[in-house]
Write a protein that binds this ligand. Sequence first.
Ligand SMILES: Nc1nc2c([nH]c(=O)n2[C@H]2C[C@H](O)[C@@H](COP(=O)(O)OP(=O)(O)OP(=O)(O)O)O2)c(=O)[nH]1
Length: 132
Amino acid sequence: MKKEIFVVGAAIIKDHKLLAAKRSANRSLGGYWEFPGGKIEKNENPEQALKREIFEEFGAKSTVYEKLAGTFLQEYDFGIVTLKVLYADLDSQIIKTIEHDELRWVSEEEAVHLNWAPTDIPAINALVAKGF
Ligand SMILES: Nc1nc2c([nH]c(=O)n2[C@H]2C[C@H](O)[C@@H](COP(=O)(O)OP(=O)(O)OP(=O)(O)O)O2)c(=O)[nH]1
């Protein structure tokens, strides 16, 4: 049985642009674009996990809103990732990036051309279909 990995990602949208993050080359799925976020720990709900991850990754406070419809599943050699995407806002500046090689605010047109982690592709398509 493969390990199940429960992950939460943030759809952070400002001025019609989405904050895309490129995973550091030395990590699992390195070099792919993703939503800021990470693994949900045992004692957390998705919202708590996302606020913690955004603070750890960026040193920024955040407000988390509703979930994007759907749960996105993808099997990898290291496990099965189950991704939930929550809309969020940053309430303070990004003061550091510890897990990403690059951060980029992208339009819908730019977003669809990035090399997203396979898990994230249907989520990006759903976000673009809704418009941002
Ligand atoms: N943060 C994030 N992780 C994602 C996304 N899509 C996706 O498949 N993942 C995967 C990558 C990782 O295997 C896992 C999230 O773990 P993580 O971001 O906490 O990474 P980590 O530092 O604990 O993992 P690792 O590099 O040490 O293996 O989910 C996404 O949009 N955002």
